[in-house]
Design a protein around this ligand. Structure first.
Ligand code: RIB
Ligand code: CA
Length: 333
């Protein structure tokens, strides 16, 4: 009996150690519209020992909400992460309908490869409500990451404007800080898809970290290096190779030797902020009107408007660190 008692105590000790380790991890909530580059960012987060992913809230954006939810569930299943709850969000932007990016990611958002749906379903709780609940459960510790249009975060803020008080760090993939856009000449996709949401959200936070499209372009991934990483003997690499083939080919045909994974760079900034090599803090506003510039992120580089420096803009990141995080994420599992 004593022996049995000793064994139980040892197991109890292990459990306590495990709980202790989990409680020391940084709680991470990711709002995302998977999307192929979102999927790479998620694989990076799945492979990070310092963060505990408390949920994925799903936005419409790259493709419709049914596809983005299905893709998030499938990626969790492939990565063996069915422990992460998935919450469906808003099916459309707050005010005006917007075109998706199926031409980049495939009509289903994951390269149109026709994989069977995951066995699991999304939670019943709406993404906006999940964001608020998790912000209370992890008040003051929660890192919130937005990799898609900001519709869900905007809805959460309209329900509870005190949300930013409970967020330790807010990281956004979006914008083009000198208006070199990717969906219109001046605007980047996430902000263009729901400019009203972007405006509401970025005005509500006193400070946020921003990884924009121009930083993405400055940190391209050579197609041949990506292909080498995808030859890793892992289920994650094999799955990602399949779902990303279409968008990588599309990119090679139109953008040259390098592939640009916006959400992956944003996630590197989230997981390893010490890899940032150059940052700039400036006021930033979202253009809501205009025939040519709706959705553009207007940075007051000369600080002429007297507004606060809310945007902590990533200008340069350690490329080797960035690529090492991606390579490790694909080889994991
Ligand atoms: O402009 C790039 C962003 O738009 C990325 O988040 C990509 O996934 C798309 O959502
Ligand atoms: Ca995205």
């Amino acid at each position: 009996m004593r022996f049995h008692g000793v064994a139980c105590n040892a197991r109890l000790g292990d459990l306590k150690d495990e709980e202790q380790k989990m409680s020391e991890k940084i709680p991470l909530l990711i709002d995302t519209d998977p999307g192929v580059d979102d999927a790479l960012a998620l694989l990076m987060a799945f492979n990070d020992a310092r963060h505990d992913i408390v949920g994925l809230t799903i936005a419409a954006g790259n493709v419709g909400l049914q596809h983005t939810v299905r893709n998030a569930l499938k990626l969790c299943e492939v990565a063996g992460r069915d422990d992460i709850p998935v919450f469906a969000g808003a099916p459309a932007p707050l005010l005006h309908p917007s075109p998706d990016a199926g031409y980049v990611h495939g009509q289903d958002g994951f390269g149109d490869v026709g994989f069977p749906p995951a066995a699991r379903r999304a939670e019943a709780e709406h993404a906006a409500l999940a964001i608020l609940r998790l912000s209370h459960e992890h008040a003051g510790q929660l890192v919130l990451v937005a990799l898609g249009p900001l519709t869900n975060v905007a809805l959460a803020l309209k329900l509870d404007p005190t949300l930013p008080q409970r967020i330790a760090r807010f990281v956004v993939m979006g914008g083009a800080v000198t208006c070199h856009g990717n969906i219109t000449p001046a605007a980047e996709f996430n902000f263009y898809f729901d400019p009203e949401a972007a405006h509401l959200v970025l005005e509500a936070f006193d400070r946020y970290d921003l990884a924009d499209w121009e930083a993405t372009i400055a940190h391209g991934l050579h197609h041949e290096r990506v292909a080498a990483w995808l030859r890793a003997d892992s289920a994650r690499a094999r799955f990602y190779d399949r779902i990303s083939e279409k968008t990588r080919s599309w990119s090679a045909d139109r953008r040259g030797d390098h592939w640009f994974a916006a959400d992956a760079l944003a996630m590197a900034f989230v997981l390893a902020p010490e890899g940032a090599r150059e940052l700039a803090q400036r006021p930033l506003a979202i253009e809501l009107q205009g025939a040519h510039a709706r959705g553009a992120s207007i940075v007051d580089w000369r600080r002429e408007g007297g507004q606060p420096d809310k945007a902590n803009i990533l200008l340069r990141y350690d490329q080797d660190r960035f690529e090492a995080l991606i390579e490790a994420a694909l080889a994991a599992g």
